[in-house]
Design a binder for this molecule. Sequence first.
Ligand code: NAD
Length: 370
Amino acid sequence: MSDGAVSRREALATGAVLLGGAAAQRTPVYVPPPPGKKPGWALVGLGKLTIEELLPAFARCEKSRVAALVSGVPEKAKALAARYGVPEKHIYDYEAFDRVKDNPDVDVVYVVLPNSLHAEYTVRAAKAGKHVFCEKPMAPTTKECREMIAACRAANVRLMIAYRLHHEPHHLRATDLARGKELGVQLVIADLTQQVPPGTWRTDRKMGGGGPVPDIGIYCLNAARYLTGEEPAAVRATTFTPKDDLRFGDVEQRCLFTLSFPSGAQANCSCDYGLDDVSQFTMIGPDGSARMDNAFRYRGLKMTVTQRGVQRVTELAQIDQFAAEIDLFSQCILENKPHKTPGEHGLQDVTDIEAIYEAARSGRPVKLNS
Ligand code: NAD
């Protein structure tokens, strides 16, 4: 199963017990694992995100711990294992990764690899009987997303896609405001731009599954979905690729896309790999608006709400977004609870991204979800 109720096998894997006997057959009894049990996580891919954000976040987690590391560079893995208290025998290279199956200390595999490798490692982790937490975008194609969902379902393990902003207080408040009567948002304008260095997987169409759209445009797209609470019915898009910038031989520099939702709400989004850092959205309703600065960043989010001409900054906690989503998945596993961003949620974004590229290619609007 990719979400929902815990199975017998899943419960046992987390240390929980399902009582047997005639009474239990009438009403299955779920006995939670011992208090203090922290699921062990294997991190696959020791790149920038893992080193700079995820490993430090685990130190702040209350319900999760790092149990294993998977890397192609042994010296790096050994140094990080020593620093974060991971036994050396729990370091795997990519070829030996499947041996994680025999490591009872690992409950969850966290896939933090270039996008083109998400499907392969999700399927391998599921076959090893481990729950999967996979970075966004879920995969380059909807076909791969479906294979990932099917593999996790067949193995009876859970699959969560790492959408950290679904648990972030500013975004949760913005969502309440957007969907509530106070603002009744009808227009979302979202922008995420940054400079990318040359020669990485991000400017390789096959490895990235596209250019800036799946990598950073996905934040604008996903925000438009949760702010409106709707799925887009149609998309229009254009791309821009400069002739004189060697970074953009394979992928576009920029994509502008407009999403139209069934209620009439719309979102106007831009993502760009060759402009200075901007990360923001504005949402506008008939009687007010709200603006989020640093909207998609890890820190420093700021929301300003304007109603009847009065502006006020919303004071909310700045949390460790990574620790929050990691602990949430551990908790869902331990307590047999569903979560907000299963594989199906990631698949919807990838479906929309395929439509965005088709709209940009054809120059015509593309219908969705009809
Ligand atoms: P990165 O390039 O810094 O790290 C990728 C890692 O994968 C490296 O350790 C690299 O050695 C390893 N790797 C294994 N096989 C590889 C291969 N064949 N080619 C290239 N690298 C290979 O990337 P990153 O910024 O850490 O991003 C990793 C994933 O995390 C991506 O899916 C990205 O979209 C996602 N990400 C998410 C967030 C977020 O806020 N949720 C932020 C940044 C990145």
